[in-house]
Design a protein around this ligand. Structure first.
Ligand code: CDT
Length: 306
């Protein structure tokens, strides 16, 4: 199997609260078609791709909250995505709010992403671990960020799958800011990290950093790529969504940390790069050869509670 994988980052523009899943699925399918026409074998979509970014609202009625969650994947509304992938011979990844029941019959809610193979099979599932924001209604904020209220911390760890001719891991949005995320994927010799994000331009607790949002986005992902010798595909839900500006800047980053392609709009947009997974060796066998140079005996503090 070739070690070249043609990857598309499929950025989504704003999704209004009133937009139906079926309408979003049509937009996603259009992006898949465009990506396929440019030779893509894998299409990467954002975090919580099927709806508006609902944690910006304090919702009290569980019915209103659950309206944003999927209880089945695929469902009747998302099945066309899976069918399009099969028809086009594509793999794709996307994020969604997952409501499920555990073995004890307890309801659990996660911020999830899946990687789906070209036959429509789920190759990898990840549940977001670093949940940003707050749990209670903070009325001083111009908009809420209630991920800690609506989701629990993911319970699948940071899995890496042998898939599509390489080793693939995923993370979601805020996870990308934590070096531990990329390092734990790197320690499993991930060659490709897929991630989606919804990042507001305005950060209410530190508004002086608003002008740095794009910089911090790329800084984190480029560092994660370079320090672990992996390709990183970061995909935004971008633009002015329900009164909130979300950054764009979706990009495909080489294992050297260089941005190979970047979106230039805040709307639905596709970028495509042919990614040679063997280029990971340039970094993983040399400057960041973990076996040769890492000093884990000195890192005990990293896994102690703060
Ligand atoms: N979705 C998500 O994780 N967004 C956060 C926003 C900043 S924290 C409120 C991020 O890290 O981009």
């Amino acid at each position: 199997m070739s070690r070249n994988l043609v990857i598309a980052a499929a950025q989504l523009g704003p999704i209004p609260r009133a937009e139906s899943r079926s309408s979003v699925v049509i937009r996603m399918m259009q992006l898949m078609e465009k990506a396929a026409s440019r030779g893509a074998e894998l299409v990467v979509f954002p975090e919580l791709a099927l709806t508006t970014f609902f944690p910006r609202w304090y919702l009290q009625d569980q019915k209103d909250i659950d309206a944003f969650f999927e209880t089945q994947m695929p469902s009747e509304e998302t099945q066309p995505l899976f069918e399009a992938a099969i028809r086009l011979g594509l793999s794709f990844s996307f994020g969604y709010a997952e409501k499920t029941q555990d073995a004890k019959g307890e309801t659990r809610r996660f911020n999830t992403s899946v990687l789906v193979g070209p036959s429509g099979e789920v190759l990898l599932k990840y549940r977001k671990i670093h949940l940003p924001g707050h749990s209670d209604h903070e009325i001083w904020r111009p908009f809420q960020h209630l991920e800690k209220r609506y989701f629990e911390v993911g319970d699948l760890g940071f899995p890496v799958a042998e898939a599509l001719g390489g080793r693939i891991g995923m993370c979601i949005c805020n996870d990308r800011r934590w070096p531990e995320t990329f390092r734990i994927l790197g320690l499993q010799r991930a060659e490709l990290v897929l991630l989606g994000y919804n990042t507001p331009v305005h950060y209410p607790p530190a508004p002086d950093h608003d002008h740095l949002q794009d910089f911090h986005n790329h800084l984190s992902m480029q560092a994660g790529a370079y320090q672990n010798g992996a390709w990183v595909v970061g995909v935004a839900k971008a633009g002015h969504e329900e009164g909130c500006d979300l950054i764009g800047g979706s990009c495909i980053i080489a294992p050297t940390g260089e941005i190979a392609a970047k979106c230039v709009t805040l709307g639905d947009e596709v970028i495509v790069v042919e990614c040679d997974l063997d280029r990971c060796r340039e970094i993983q066998d040399n400057i960041f050869n973990f076996a040769a140079h890492r000093q884990p005996d000195q890192y005990g503090l990293l896994v102690e509670k703060a």
